[in-house]
Design a protein. Structure first.
Length: 231
């Protein structure tokens, strides 16, 4: 299976989700949810029975939602849950006795070392900043999803919100601006870090992404033994 498939699905999801909101198309909403369902099932492909069962269950739920005119509802969850999960992942690494996530990444890419005395403080500050940004985005996405009209979460369950926002505005933020903000902050921080700590050479931005991508599951599960494995 091509490694590009998850990337293609992840890129297609927000585009289809936004298009479905702008055009009020249940077909596009269903296609977007199908992309999400496949993405969720892909990690289970080593266990085909479980993967097929999960896909069948998800497809069944999607069919019910489509028949009831609510195929758009699952589209409101990923911008909230993804940002919240990753934000809490950053925040958890700030707990007493733990190493901030960004410092762990730096050490993993440099054989467990830091090459400048200011790196730990810088890494802690940026770990805190990422946690705040992502959790903040999750809250904004949740609020917009609740207040969206038509077909927002509150309206869909028969509750009239005290204030509404156009569904298109929710979609613009959740499916486009949300990811653009994250991308701009990520690239901007990399450029600033490269200038502040020029001795840290990861082979350019693309080289940095490749090395982070090679850190492996043990690192992301939080194993200290994985620090230094990103060569």
């Amino acid at each position: 299976m091509s490694r590009l498939l998850p990337v293609a699905l992840a890129l297609a999801f927000p585009v289809l989700a936004h298009a479905s909101a702008v055009t009020a198309s249940l077909a596009l909403a269903t296609a977007a949810v199908a992309c999400l369902l496949i993405l969720v099932c892909l990690p289970l492909r080593a266990r085909p029975v479980l993967a097929l069962g999960a896909f069948a269950a998800g497809a069944g739920v999607l069919a019910v939602l489509y028949a009831s005119g609510h195929a758009h509802l699952p589209l409101m969850l990923p911008p909230v849950l993804f940002n919240l999960a990753v934000g809490l992942y950053f925040a958890r690494s700030l707990a007493p006795g733990r190493m901030p996530l960004i410092e762990r990444i730096v050490r993993a890419l440099n054989n467990g070392q830091v090459h400048h005395p200011e790196v730990p403080g810088y890494a802690r500050a940026w770990t805190r900043a990422w946690a705040a940004l992502l959790i903040g985005l999750a809250l904004i996405n949740a609020l917009l999803a609740l207040l969206a009209e038509p077909k927002g979460l509150l309206v869909s369950v028969g509750v009239v919100p005290p204030q509404t926002v156009p569904l298109e505005l929710w979609s613009l933020f959740a499916n486009l601006l949300n990811y653009l903000i994250v991308a701009l902050v990520f690239v901007g921080e990399y450029v600033y870090r490269a200038r502040r700590f020029p001795h840290s050479d990861y082979g350019g931005f693309v080289g940095f992404l490749k090395r982070v991508g090679r850190l492996g599951p043990a690192f992301w599960r939080g194993s200290d033994a994985a620090v230094g494995s990103g060569r």
